[in-house]
Design a protein around this ligand. Structure first.
Ligand code: MG
Length: 129
């Protein structure tokens, strides 16, 4: 019963794909000239494709999106139910250690708020805000 209620709530929420699509669309309109791209390291694929991508360097746990000009990575999750797994956490620790920022965002609205806060914080620290 509890499981069914939980699934019914999740079923009404946008998928991670939908959240990420909204976020990328918003980002490209709002921050024109600042590039963002997706790292396609998730999703269903057959074993042959998975093996081929792995030897080419695709790594499980790398965040979903990267903004190179800012050294910001975005790990997108659904509004509810998404969790950071061990492989993701390992990458987040590494990226933070080498001086990048990693934002774990629970949906489009959260991502928008976190990016906006990140930009504001940068402006404050470099005196442009
Ligand atoms: Mg994700």
């Amino acid at each position: 019963m509890v499981q069914r209620t939980r699934n019914a709530v999740l079923d009404r929420l946008p998928t991670e794909h939908e959240e990420q699509r909204e976020f990328v669309s918003w980002f490209r309109k709002t921050h024109q000239g600042t590039r963002i791209f997706a790292i396609p390291n998730g999703g269903a694929r057959n074993i042959a494709t998975a093996s081929r991508l792995k030897v080419e360097g695709v790594s499980r746990g790398v965040p979903d999106l990267y903004i190179p000009a800012w050294n910001v990575w975005v790990e997108m999750k659904r509004q509810k139910g998404g969790r950071v797994d061990d492989a993701q956490l390992d990458w987040h620790c590494y990226l933070t250690e080498v001086g990048h920022s990693v934002l774990v965002c629970q949906g489009f609205e959260d991502a928008k708020e976190q990016i906006t806060a990140w930009v504001r914080k940068q402006g404050e620290s470099d005196g442009t805000a």
